[in-house]
Design a protein around this ligand. Structure first.
Ligand code: AMP
Ligand code: FE
Ligand code: FE
Ligand code: ZN
Length: 273
């Protein structure tokens, strides 16, 4: 039995609806999945319902955009109470940050002579947690760029002319926010940012786990983080970080986390409640 604990839908910057995502999970024979859309839990209700239909175990989650010591890092939350008032209030602030950032990026594009409308980005995103991939898709759809890669390379990558920095939640605050919503906090894809120095501080703040298995982690990288998980007594997670069709091939099914890790997450949650 295998799980995929890192998945996105069109409630953030993925392209699948929750139902399409669950159909893919069923196709790949997954026993359990977690939905981890950026800074939102909105898709969890529909994904949970589709999983019940399909006989797949569902874990309500999110992926918080956070920072620690000036470095961006992503904190996954699992087993969240998706009705938790404080969680919903805090993530709604970061959704507003994302929406304002879209307007700022569009204003920069306009200054650069690219007459894209913010409304076209919001219409395409059709969610409360829009991001740069939506701007990139709007640029391609309007014919200003030939590909998403070109949109990022010319305009949207860090330090490119339409890039706008994003205000982020403190990682320590993010961990606490996840805990008070009944969840477990896990450091996402540590090998992408290579911010190992921040791990002890996160552990002190109550970090529960670390994502050792990820599409962009080599075998050596996964092994490195398995060792750190052991040293810091962290639970081990993994997922494909599938964004549907937005980044080429759908990645769901490429990372298969043995179910025993899900069982360990669940026993920690049960010990706490
Ligand atoms: P944002 O949260 O708005 O800063 O956007 C981050 C999203 O953009 C993540 O899903 C990234 O994987 C995606 N992204 C970042 N750089 C690129 C790139 N060069 N090409 C395609 N997608 C990218
Ligand atoms: Fe994303
Ligand atoms: Fe991430
Ligand atoms: Zn992700």
């Amino acid at each position: 039995m295998f799980a995929d604990l890192h998945l996105h839908t069109n409630f953030s910057d993925g392209t699948y609806s929750p139902e399409e995502l669950v159909a893919q999970a069923a196709k790949h024979g997954l026993a359990a999945i977690a939905l981890t859309d950026h800074d939102t839990v909105e898709g969890c209700e529909r994904a949970g319902a589709a999983c019940r239909e399909a006989g797949i175990e569902f874990i309500a989650g999110t992926e918080l955009t956070a920072e620690q010591g000036g470095n961006e890092l992503h904190i996954l939350g699992y087993f969240l109470d998706t009705q938790n008032g404080k969680l919903l209030l805090e993530i709604s602030k970061f959704q507003a940050v994302r929406q304002n950032r879209i307007r700022e990026m569009v204003a920069r594009l306009n200054d650069l002579g690219v007459p894209l409308g913010a409304d076209s980005v919001f219409a395409l995103a059709n969610c409360r947690s829009p991001g740069r991939p939506h701007v990139a898709r709007a640029l391609v759809n309007a014919g200003f760029c030939r590909s998403l890669d070109e949109a990022f390379e010319r305009f949207l990558k860090k330090n490119r002319p339409a890039w706008v920095p994003k205000m982020k939640m403190s990682a320590l605050v993010g961990i606490e926010l996840i805990h008070q919503a009944g969840g477990l906090a896990v450091m996402a894809h540590p090998g992408l940012n290579r911010t190992d120095d921040s791990i002890p501080g996160l552990v002190d703040a109550g970090l529960d786990g670390i994502e050792c298995f990820h599409t962009k982690h080599s075998t050596a990288t996964a092994e490195h983080y398995l060792q750190l998980a052991d040293r810091f007594h962290l639970l081990v997670t993994g997922g494909s970080d599938c964004h549907g069709l937005s980044k080429g091939k759908p990645l769901i099914g490429t990372v298969r986390l043995p179910y025993e890790h899900v069982a360990r997450l669940k026993s920690k949650i049960q010990r706490q409640s």
